[in-house]
Design a binder for this molecule. Structure first.
Ligand code: AMP
Length: 175
């Protein structure tokens, strides 16, 4: 089975016209989940990664497993208002309106190499906000790893223009 075979597609969720790529079926399968973690890490074998940053919420599940595999620390990048300590924040644009993500201000050590993880890249707005937070705290982006890329939405290009290497395991056309 290929990675995309483990992903369930739900048309018109959460709104008409969106094909929701549901990775819970991948997480639910022992071989699928293990394969995803191994494949996400493959291009970074032998490279220095000091910390993993996962984007809420599915990025926590993947990022936690990856950080454990690498024996490095994990940092949650969360929606505004959830983190208990002092934070820095970054706004980003959604299809309708804006959203804000936050990270603890002492989450990274200056100069360390950070791997950002999420389940899916669409427009790249969420990941771009994560990149800005890491860089603001002195981290370097080792890479951004996703299970799914939606290339028609241009996220990969957007991140590569920010000098952030993008690694995705599979891609789907459309939204
Ligand atoms: P973006 O900021 O546009 O790259 O959107 C990425 C975020 O939205 C990720 O955290 C995804 O989990 C979620 N997302 C966007 N589009 C989809 C989709 N078609 N299916 C599942 N999740 C999506």
């Amino acid at each position: 089975m290929k990675i995309e075979d483990y992903i369930r597609t739900i048309p018109d969720f959460p709104e008409p016209g969106i094909m929701f790529r549901d990775v819970t079926t991948l997480f639910n399968d022992p071989r699928g989940f293990r394969m995803a973690i191994d494949m996400l890490l493959h291009p970074f074998a032998g490279e220095r990664i000091d910390r993993v940053a996962g984007i809420e919420a599915r990025g926590f599940i993947l990022g936690g497993a990856i950080a454990h595999q690498l024996s490095v620390g994990f940092v949650p990048i969360r929606k505004k208002g959830k983190l208990p300590w002092k934070t820095i924040e970054q706004d980003y644009t959604l299809e309708y309106g804006t959203a804000t993500v936050e990270v603890h201000e002492d989450a990274f050590v200056k100069g360390e190499r950070v791997l950002i993880v999420d389940d899916l890249i669409a427009t790249g707005g969420t990941a771009e906000a994560g990149i800005k937070l890491v860089r603001q705290l002195g981290g370097t982006i080792a890479g951004c790893a996703f299970i799914v890329d939606l290339p028609d939405l241009g996220g990969r290009k957007r991140l590569e223009e920010l000098d952030a290497p993008v690694h995705a395991l599979c891609s789907f056309g459309g939204h």
